[in-house]
Design a binder for this molecule. Sequence first.
Ligand code: PEP
Ligand code: MN
Length: 375
Amino acid sequence: MVQGEHFPQSSAPLSTLRNGTRPVVIAGPCSAESRDQVMDTARLLHAQPGVSFLRAGLWKPRTRPNSFEGRGTEALPWLMEAQRETGLRAMTEVATPEHVEAVLEAGLNAMWIGARTTVSPFAVQALADALKGVDALVLVKNPMHGDVKLWMGAIERLHSSVQGEVGALHRGFSSYGSHEFRNAPMWEIPIALRAEMPEVPLLCDPSHIAGRPDLIQDVAQRAMNLGMEGLMLESHVDPSCALSDADQQITPAQLHQLLATLEVPTSGVEGSQDRDALEGLRLQIDSVDEQLMRLLSRRMELAKDIGVLKHKNRWSLLSVARWRDIIASRTTWGSELGLSPEFLEKILGSVHEESIRVQGDEANERRANKDQGDA
Ligand code: PEP
Ligand code: MN
């Protein structure tokens, strides 16, 4: 491991940094809010080595209307000024051909495509057409949901149109309900992308995966352990005042601290390929287990709702016919997927037992509440 060692400031394209000892780092605020905020952040990011690109969103894809939607073209000169003064290469998100036109006209030639855009082949094709023959660097974030083919398709559309370099940016995947990460990393998806497209530089955006500062370092480290080429990190001079993604932005000082403690595995050392493979497999197991826990929890929530209905209608908790159907259908599904009958019997038995317990608890609680009400 090489620790605390920085690669020099550089505006070279990503590919020339692929096998360097340090990751490519893109840092900057979620949104460009004012000239001062952009300049102050860029200067602080540049003050220490390690960062080579400045990011800032100009057109913000917000989930609900009537929130801050970015400064738009007004902010382009701020990014260009920061690029001129600090030498950090500026980049922003483009979502429409008009954005591409405005960005290129201002002289900016590095950009990324956001997760909400990657889901739409029509939108991606329109961007690819707007970038036809243009010498630009384009990073394609993964789509909102875990569809590796859709991500690959977007990369292919851009690759066949853009003159410059196209890279992939892993920002995690949206999922229902609340959980540890803002966007589940589902490491198996970027690992599958790497296997299918080994020539495409693959970067990670720990800020949008983590959604909170205390998880960012761990996500960044995992990306390094998987051999990803770089990181995109959101950084703001004063995160508490940020107009978008205030909860996940870190200060430039915190970002430099993170980079200084990041361990970057050296490649080419004996056994390193097997170590990378082991790390990749473990991360996939972590991700699958996280999804398993979420599904089990969802199943128990449904069992609780069933408990309420059974209590209300005075139906019995145990339905032998339904249980037989469950065992038969799940055993067939599981066997088709290569799971052993003994394992299926044990796991289905445990799940059933817990469901009945949860339903019973729910019914007992309702009964107790009612008794209290009657008393
Ligand atoms: C962003 O980078 O600020 C952004 C909106 O990202 P994403 O497309 O990953 O949500
Ligand atoms: Mn953001």
